[in-house]
Design a protein around this ligand. Sequence first.
Ligand code: GLA
Length: 389
Amino acid sequence: MNIDELKNDFLNLYGSSDMEIHAYFAPGRVNLIGEHTDYNGGYVFPCALSFGTYLLVRKNQEKVLRFATTNFDHRAEVPVSQSYSKEGDAWTNYPLGVIDELQKQSMSVEGLDMLYSGDIPNGAGLSSSASIEMVTGTAMNDLFGLQIEKMDLVKIGQKAENNFVGVNCGIMDQFASGMGEKDHALFLNCETLDYERVPLVLKGIRIVITNTNLRRGLADSKYNERRSECDKAVEEISKVKPVPNLSRLSLNEFKELSENISSEVVRRRAHHVISENDRTLRAIKALNEGDIEAFGQLMNASHDSLRDDYEVTGKELDTLVDEARKIPGTIGSRMTGAGFGGCTVSLVKEDAIDEFISVVGENYKKKIGLTADFYIAEVGDGAKKIGVI
Ligand code: GLA
């Protein structure tokens, strides 16, 4: 991202003034393992990406919040007020939701001119929305001297998405965008919010993200359906052994208790969550021991469980993963994020990356008819101020 060019765009849009322009950045994320576990109080293992959303912001005297982005034509001008309402499915709901949440927590806002710019693919399951939330929260915290702890900004981002935007997501995406650190993945317990930054030592191996480029049509409703299936499992198991969430159960305990779940489908959903927690713990152990092959095998098993038990993959993601695994230099490959389209994440030996991109790309196009995009991920820092520009 060229910040000078973005500053020019800002000045062309809003004109010049005596007030300073402040610049901020928050990244997207890729989750390495631990999928659909966050809202079940389980473990996740994401990392922040080097791409995400930039925000230039300047105070104005007109008590108006002006939102613009270089990514879409849609802009909004919202008078500063006590509370705000959602506008259809506009992108501005994400930043406005954060401002709304901050005001509820006693921040008093002044007029602001804001220009967002994302270098992250939208709607691809790489958390472009969490990056907009986190860049907004980080900017407000700094501009108005709110002194909110980073972890609380993460929770505010999630609340904005749950309550204002209306998507019932867990905390993983905002957490990764807020708390990421260059060349580290984040091992988070989503029940206690205890976390550890684990160095990603990948020696000759790169993280390759592949975008199905499938529009994620029913993603939100299917996501909420999975959440209620998990709630149902907790409710039925709790009649015999009270548990606050599925992640409190070991695989052995689940084997003994699973017959209390009346629906076979719900039993498989719960099995995914509990086995995924187990895989995530084993994967982190493997990484700490330098056993990257074992880590890759667990990534593969994670995808298979998301395909067979949780049923959130679909033929596009499955095809990318199948083709990826045929390349000898692939260590492991799985879907990442909510699923139903979006991206896969693969660990690939550096010298096999050209082959990976050309063979997986070609076979995906042949079988599915869509063109996949490939990104070699750099693991970057969490949300931060760039400076006064
Ligand atoms: C989406 C949600 C996250 C998480 C993942 C699945 O990215 O925003 O909270 O539930 O799906 O692991």
